[in-house]
Design a binder for this molecule. Structure first.
Ligand code: FES
Ligand SMILES: [Fe+2]
Length: 370
C-alpha cells in the first residue's frame, strides 16, 4: 500500500508500478474496466477509484453515468449528493444539479434568468452496463467490453461472486487466475491434488488484444465440500479454454468431458491505481440448474481467499518488466506470454511514446524536424 507517490492534475501517479496504471496519458485509460456491480447502483450515487481517479457513478435514465467525483464549484465529492427522478445528480454542498451529460442545469443561488456558466459541468466518461456490471473507460476505447457469450444463453445460470479487493497489482491478480502450477498445490482437493502436479502441455497464441490457450486436465470432485462439479466419480477430466482479453479480463470455459457440463468463469479486474485492485467473478454453469447457487459463490470465495494470502505476499507488488527478473519454467507459458504482451502494449517505452505524442499535440500538433 502507499504506492501513490505523486498527484498531477488531480490524477494519482503510481510511480512504483512496472506498468504505470495512471498518469495523464495512462494507456490503460483506453480500455473498459469494471467499476461496480449493477446491483450496487441503486438510487444513491457511488464512489469508486479507477486508475487513480476518484469517480462518482450514478444511474441516469438511459444507463449508468461515470464522472470525476469532484464538483467544479468547490471540489466537493459529488458521490455524497443525491440523484433525482430525472437522473440528475445534486452536489451535497450548494445543491448544483448536473444532468447525465454532465451539464449543470441548476444553480439554486442564482437569481432567475441568470445564465449558468458554461464551465459549470463535470466531464463525464464513457460508461456502460454489461453482464450485470458497470464498466467505464476514461479515454478512447481501443477494444470493446470483453465478450461473455454465455451471458444471454438461457441454458446457463450465472452466480455473481462476492467482489474481492486485494493489496496487489492487477497484473499479479490476473496472472494468479491463470497460473496452472498452483492449482493442485494451493487448492489441493478443490482445483487439483498434490499427488498430480505435473502441468499438462498447452500452447498460447496471441490474436490481436487477446491471448488464447487450452488445457485438458484431471480435476478432483470437491462434492464433499462443495456441490459445484458435473462429476459422478472422485476425479474427472476437464477441458479448459481460456480467452484473456488484455489487459485484465479472463473468460474460461471448463467442460467436464464425461458428462458434458460446462462451467464458465468470467473474471474482470478493476485497477484502482493505488496498489489495490478488485476482482469481479461470475461462476456460470449449464448443469445443476435447479441446484443452489450458494455453494458456487462460497467455492469461489474460498479459492480467492487462499489466493489472496499468497498474492498479497508477492514482491515486488508489480509484475517485473524484465522477464529475467523471475524464473519461468515450461508450465509458466501463459505468464510469459502475458508479460510479453503487456510490455508490448503498456511498457515504459509505449508510455513514453504516448506522453511524447501528447506533449507534441499540446504544443500545437504536427511538428517539424529541423
Ligand atoms: S461545491 Fe458543489 S455546488 Fe458548491
Ligand atoms: Fe488460485
Amino acid at each position: 500500500m502507499g504506492e501513490t507517490s505523486a498527484v498531477r492534475g488531480g490524477v494519482a501517479v503510481v510511480a512504483s508500478l512496472g506498468f504505470p496504471e495512471s498518469g495523464k496519458q495512462g494507456l490503460f485509460r483506453d480500455f473498459w474496466h469494471p467499476v461496480a456491480w449493477s446491483s450496487e447502483l441503486g438510487p444513491a450515487p457511488l464512489s469508486t477509484v479507477l486508475l487513480g481517479e476518484r469517480l462518482v457513478v450514478w444511474r441516469g435514465p438511459s444507463g449508468p453515468v461515470a464522472a470525476p467525483d469532484r464538483c467544479p464549484h468547490r471540489g466537493t465529492a459529488l458521490s455524497l449528493g443525491s440523484v433525482d427522478a430525472e437522473g440528475c445528480l445534486s452536489c451535497p454542498y450548494h445543491g448544483w444539479r448536473f444532468d447525465p451529460e454532465g451539464r449543470c442545469v441548476e444553480v439554486p443561488q442564482l437569481r432567475a434568468g441568470m445564465p449558468i456558466p458554461a464551465r459549470a459541468q463535470v466531464p463525464v466518461h464513457r460508461c456502460t452496463e454489461r453482464y450485470g456490471m458497470v464498466w467505464a473507460c476514461l479515454g478512447m476505447p481501443r477494444a470493446s467490453v470483453p465478450a461473455f457469450p454465455e451471458w444471454d444463453d438461457p441454458s446457463f445460470r450465472h452466480v455473481a461472486c462476492e467482489r474481492y479487493r486485494w493489496k496487489t497489482s492487477p497484473e499479479r491478480m490476473v496472472e494468479n487466475f491463470t497460473d496452472f502450477g498452483h492449482l493442485g498445490y494451493l487448492h489441493d482437493g478443490l482445483l487439483g491434488t498434490r499427488d498430480d502436479l505435473v502441468v499438462p502441455d498447452h500452447r498460447v497464441r496471441r490474436e490481436g488484444l487477446s491471448l488464447l490457450y487450452e488445457m485438458t486436465m484431471e480435476v478432483p470432485n470437491p462434492k464433499g465440500l462443495f456441490a459445484v462439479a458435473d462429476l459422478d466419480s472422485a476425479r474427472g477430466t476437464q477441458r479448459n479454454s481460456y480467452v484473456l482479453s488484455l489487459p485484465y479480463t479472463i473468460h474460461l470455459v471448463s467442460e467436464y468431458v464425461a458428462r458434458g457440463g460446462r462451467r464458465v468463469l468470467f473474471f474482470a479486474v478493476q485497477p484502482h491505481g493505488d496498489g489495490t485492485c478488485s476482482g469481479y467473478c461470475y461462476q456460470s454453469r449449464d448443469f445443476d440448474l435447479g441446484g443452489a447457487d450458494e455453494p458456487y459463490a462460497r467455492f469461489q470465495a474460498l479459492l480467492a481467499e487462499q489466493d489472496r494470502v499468497v498474492v498479497e505476499s508477492q514482491e515486488p507488488l508489480e509484475v517485473p518488466n524484465q522477464l529475467g527478473a523471475e524464473l519461468h519454467l515450461p508450465f509458466d507459458k501463459v505468464a510469459v506470454a502475458y508479460r510479453r504482451a503487456m510490455s508490448e502494449l503498456f511498457g515504459p517505452d509505449r508510455q513514453d511514446e504516448a506522453e511524447a505524442g501528447a506533449a507534441l499535440a499540446a504544443a500545437g500538433g504536427g511538428g517539424t524536424c529541423s
